[in-house]
Ligand binder design. Structure first.
Ligand code: NSS
Length: 433
């Protein structure tokens, strides 16, 4: 039944005065002036004004009069160039087919966030959400393009897992037949396995974190792009991170101009992220900066969103924080041979208050050291036997990182909450729709 009709954007691009077109979409706005009915019809590509004039419309006029917002329609008509129409063109309709009328739409404008979350399945049709969905598409495509061009293998690690990567506190348990399994927090350990057959690997998967508190930047389910490579040290991996991020920002600036404009994004700020390398500070320096700014922190303390926000005031571009104290970081991070109290770990923080978008490290590749870390963290050694095997059979220096796709989208789009960087946000208390 599908016959191809032009996208609405194509009507603006390819169809001149007098050409006949058929378009399909949803009524976005409707108003009646002097016996005529004006409907703005939208599809994924944009919207166009359709003019229904009784004397031109061959189909039932009643169908036109009954049109409502969000009715799904097919319109046949003739293109007319008219400066008064949005975008400079309109369609003078000769025929209308209504696929589905819509009762009064539950979103009229001005509703609060809680309400909009409950009608999320309908709110996703808004121009705001369409812009964000498209920016995310372009972000993912750009990241993938970069990796493919640079020779990385895409892989498919599992979501149902037997052990924690990022600590037990945020694990979601699942009943797995007569056992307990967990939803993946990170594909990292599996990607570490896959570098032995494939050298340089990546995966884009959902990751799950049972975050207890609601914040602007935490979801309980998010999209995680993770990379892992044999023979790469921490510096090599930081270069991958900055090249990938700056490439994605460039693509979004180039291909999503309209959407960034609709979101009122100040793109001059974003353009600064095109230039690499990004600045690097150590954890020690970060602590000094924070102390000067009046934070009550000492060396060895972990820090959170407020501190990260304060650090971002020092930079106009994304920047790295490196060499964290061992005890605040995950068991798999390699200890710095020059300074055993710190690890070869890094975060990439986005400017303008956004904070961490990437977390990564060089991995501990020494069997004994890793074994001891697993034991001293109180982890169950049996759960990680297979992981330790990687340090037994041809261990190799290697590194990797994880990028939170919604964190990237949030920053690039300039939105103040992560919820609109994902169509169906989940956090504690919310699993609808
Ligand atoms: O916990 S991370 O910092 N690191 C890892 O999971 C590593 N195992 C990744 C790796 O090296 N392969 O998470 C990585 C990123 C982090 O920088 C955020 O951008 C994002 O994942 N992240 C989140 N996004 C949204 N919501 C939540 N709750 C969240 N947690 C992490």
């Amino acid at each position: 039944m599908f016959h191809k009709t032009p996208d609405i954007a194509e009507v603006f691009e390819r169809f001149g005065e007098g050409s006949e077109v058929v378009i399909r979409g949803w009524v976005y706005r409707i108003f009646k002036v002097g016996g005529k009915v004006f409907a703005w019809v939208r599809d994924h590509s944009g919207y166009i004004q359709v003019v229904f004039d009784k004397s031109y419309v061959a189909s039932d006029w009643d169908a036109v009069e009954k049109l409502t917002r969000e009715s799904s329609v097919e319109v046949k008509g003739v293109v007319r160039v008219d400066a008064r129409a949005p975008g400079g063109k309109e369609i003078v309709a000769s025929n209308l087919i209504v696929y589905g009328y819509s009762p009064p739409f539950p979103i009229k404008g001005g509703e609060d966030i809680e309400y909009l979350l409950n009608v999320r399945h309908l709110w996703l049709r808004s121009r705001h959400m369409i812009a964000l969905l498209k920016i995310k598409h372009t972000a993912i495509q750009a990241l993938r393009d970069w990796l493919v061009k640079d020779g990385w293998w895409e892989t498919t690690p599992p979501i149902l897992t037997g052990s924690a990567v990022e600590g037990g506190a945020t694990l979601f348990e699942v009943k797995y037949f007569d056992k307990t399994a967990y939803l993946s927090q990170s594909a990292q350990l599996y990607l570490e396995v896959l570098i032995f057959p494939l050298n340089k690997v990546w995966a884009l998967t959902p990751s799950f974190r049972a975050e207890k508190s609601r914040t602007r930047r935490h979801l309980s389910e998010y999209w995680h792009l993770e990379v892992e490579a044999a023979w790469y040290d921490m510096e090599d991996m930081m270069k991958v991170a900055e090249d990938m991020v700056s490439y994605a920002v460039a693509k979004i600036l180039e291909e999503r101009k309209e959407e960034l404009k609709l979101l009122n994004r100040d793109t001059t700020k974003l353009e600064k992220a095109l230039e690499t390398p990004y600045p690097k500070i150590t954890y020690d320096e970060a602590i000094q900066i924070l102390q000067k700014k009046g934070f009550n922190l000492k060396w060895g303390d972990d820090y959170g969103a407020d501190e990260e926000k304060a650090l971002t005031e020092e930079f106009e571009v994304p920047f790295f924080v490196t060499h964290f104290p061992k005890h605040i970081k995950a068991f798999y991070m390699k200890e710095d041979p020059k300074r055993p109290e710190v690890v070869l770990g890094f975060d990439l923080l986005a400017p303008e208050g956004y904070g961490e978008i990437i977390g990564g490290s060089q991995r501990e590749d020494d069997y004994e050291k890793l074994y001891n870390r697993i034991i001293s963290e109180g982890l169950n050694y049996q759960d990680y036997e297979w992981y330790l095997d990687l340090r037994k059979y041809g261990s190799v220096p290697h590194s990797g990182f994880g990028l939170g796709v919604e964190r990237l989208v949030m920053w690039v789009s300039g939105i103040d909450h992560i919820r609109d960087a994902i169509p169906f946000p989940r956090w504690r208390g919310r699993i609808y729709p």
